[in-house]
Design a protein around this ligand. Sequence first.
Ligand code: SF4
Length: 390
Amino acid sequence: MVPNPVIHPGSGEEPPGLYLHIPFCKSRCAYCSFNSYACQSPPAAYLAALASQIRHWAGQQWCRERTFATLFIGGGTPTIYDGSELADLVRLCLTSFTFAEDAEITVEANPNTVSEQALSALRRAGINRLSLGVQAFSDRLLAGLGRSHTVAEVCTAIGAARRAGFTNINLDMMYGLPGQSAPDWQDSLDQALAHAPEHLACYELTIEEGTPFARLVDKGELVLPDEEEALAMAERTHAFLAQAGLQRYEISNYAVLGRECRHNLNYWRNGAYLGLGAGAVSCLSGFRFSTVAEPEVFVGLVEAGELPLAEGECLPLAARFRESVVMGLRMLQGVSFDRLQRQFGLTPPGYYGKMLEDLQQQGLVAVGKDSLRLTETGLPVANQVLARLV
Ligand code: SF4
């Protein structure tokens, strides 16, 4: 292992992240639009293909020249595979790529797919952050979402993770659920905090096209909290979690100081990342490409010795700059002019001119000496503000 350079020499780039995608879940949740497929017994051939891709990419010059700062194994449900299989995958990554000594290594898990033994194996392999898909501390609401676990399983999983030595745990939570009231959400937050998580991600349920929930909404058979109620839940969240020591650092993410998710911070800063596995996306120094989404096609192409790529594009500098501004404004600290200047030779006041002045006059953004951020007024309408800067 080599020390983590703050800036990659000569490129203005910060150390990249590595993402591995496991596209299988025990069953499909009714709101899910992720690249995931229901299966009880995930195929060994998929892990073999992923391992082959890890070896391939670790040998490429772009990767050999870099020290990776984070590894994130996401899904799907990565822990649908045995702890020992996942531990082997992590070890392969850590020995194939160069990682910083203090690299953040995360695995996503669903509460009914982890045992203390599996979590201990993952911890020993080097995983130091666990992200659990909880969503709600109510069996009624979990059943309504089509989640495959119960609240009791959530509590058991968190206890097992603590005993296995995890000191950095994220709980994914959702509000604005069908049949959820503001007191229900408050109850879920109370129960989440009782486990003293280091990180909480609190997303509002969004209805995505093609999901079972979208069909129910179309038929008028799914009643969601109205906009005002959902906004009240969101506003309550910020104040309540701040009192509990979890600072909001991104529109939907809260952390104890120093436990912000470094892997996601790299995305929001529009940093470089390599994504391996079905449907994964990579962005290497402005060249973005995606992998084929279907696991069988992915495995077939890798076994045939071909690169399993779907499409790629080389983003023009100005487009990358705008993207960096839009994604960076998701973070409460906003975007740094110095960082943008180093990467693109551009700053928001110079690039957007009058449009930015208008947003500032409307009180939606704050333009400082070296940074641009959304204001308290701008944050609740972030999507509308960001759409003007795309
Ligand atoms: S667990 Fe996550 S990825 Fe799997 S079906 Fe549910 S929402 Fe989708």
